[in-house]
Design a protein around this ligand. Structure first.
Ligand SMILES: O=c1ccn([C@@H]2O[C@H](COP(=O)(O)O)[C@@H](O)[C@H]2O)c(=O)[nH]1
Length: 305
């Protein structure tokens, strides 16, 4: 999968994923209204609204981008219908040739991680049948429980040729509370970065490892250090746009050849129709506003590579 991701980034010259993170308030009224007419003001109605919203944005942007990053929390808030909309979104994106990074941030004791890994990246044995659950191509993983919480993901990745992005230095303002703590004089995120490099060592595609890292655009200097510590790890970079990260901040995450990082933007793209900059599109043409926002993001990133 990492080779497919890198090849699509190269082909499109677009190291970008669109974050499909739909809150109901991001969905224009006409889309909500139609879904509620059919399913009522229910969780099913909300899930239908976000699915229709996603579908239009995917249709409008899929020729420009290598992949998407749906955030599981946005679907889980709508319960079982929400998770069905998550799976439907994953399937639809894959049918359009997009790589899907499930932003699930899972990780637990080994036996539980094994179930997460099977459900999101692998398959489960049901009697004589091997069945897939959410079948994303990549998943984000929380390393806080240590190697035995990661190992089951590595095993499933090996078997199913999938990939993971391990949280190393997150983009949020208080990420330093734990991640920057010094251990033997070195910040914890560097030690996690070293682990990412070693977990991925024996597990490489053509150029990059199946074990990538998440590092926030909001911490470019740490990104510079981590880029060196994890030379084979692709870095998934959230925090561009809505969280304040700029194109200039992204420079240290990339290698000289313009590879090595893929940048996510969620609200910046899916809420573009609400942004003054794109107001000419209006709520009816929200997907066209997202397309324009993707084009602008790609242009912005190309300008620093
Ligand atoms: O460090 C992290 C890890 C993950 N995220 C996720 O990325 C998107 C960002 O959304 P924006 O609207 O572009 O700010 C969201 O799904 C987060 O959960 C992150 O922001 N930082």
């Amino acid at each position: 999968m990492i080779d497919r991701l890198v090849n699509r980034i190269k082909k499109l010259q677009a190291p970008v994923v669109v974050g499909l993170d739909p809150m109901l308030s991001y969905v224009p009224e006409q889309v909500q209204k139609k879904a509620f007419q059919e399913y009522g003001e229910t969780l099913e109605g909300a899930a239908e609204a976000v699915w229709q919203f996603n579908k239009a944005i995917v249709d409008a942007t899929c020729d420009l981008i290598p992949g998407v990053k749906p955030q599981a929390a946005m679907y889980e808030q709508f319960g079982v219908p929400g998770m069905a909309a998550f799976e439907k979104t994953v399937s639809y994106c894959q049918s359009k040739g997009l790589l899907v990074i499930g932003d699930i941030k899972r990780g637990d004791i080994g036996s539980t991680s094994a179930a997460y890994a099977a459900g999101h990246l692998g398959s489960v044995q049901v009697g004589s049948r091997s069945l897939e659950g959410f079948h994303e191509d990549f998943a984000t993983v929380n390393p806080y429980l240590g190697s035995d919480g990661i190992e089951p993901f590595l095993q499933v990745c090996r078997e199913h040729k999938k990939g993971i992005f391990v949280l190393v230095k997150t983009s949020n303002p208080s990420s330093g509370e734990f991640q920057d703590q010094l251990v033997d004089g070195r910040p914890l995120y560097e030690l996690v970065g070293e682990k990412v490099a070693s977990w991925g060592e024996s597990f490489c595609g053509e150029e990059y490892s199946y074990v990538g890292a998440v590092v926030g655009a909001t911490y470019p200097e740490m990104g510079r250090v981590l880029r060196k510590i994890m030379p084979k790890a692709y870095i998934l970079v959230p925090g561009y746009g809505a969280q304040g990260g700029t194109a200039e901040d992204l420079k240290p995450f990339f290698n000289k050849d313009g590879l090595g990082a893929v940048v996510n933007s969620s609200r910046g793209i899916i809420c573009a129709w609400k942004n003054e900059k794109y107001q000419k599109f209006g709520p009816e043409n929200y997907a066209d506003a997202s397309r324009q926002a993707v084009l602008d993001m790609i242009g912005d990133i190309r300008s620093i590579l």
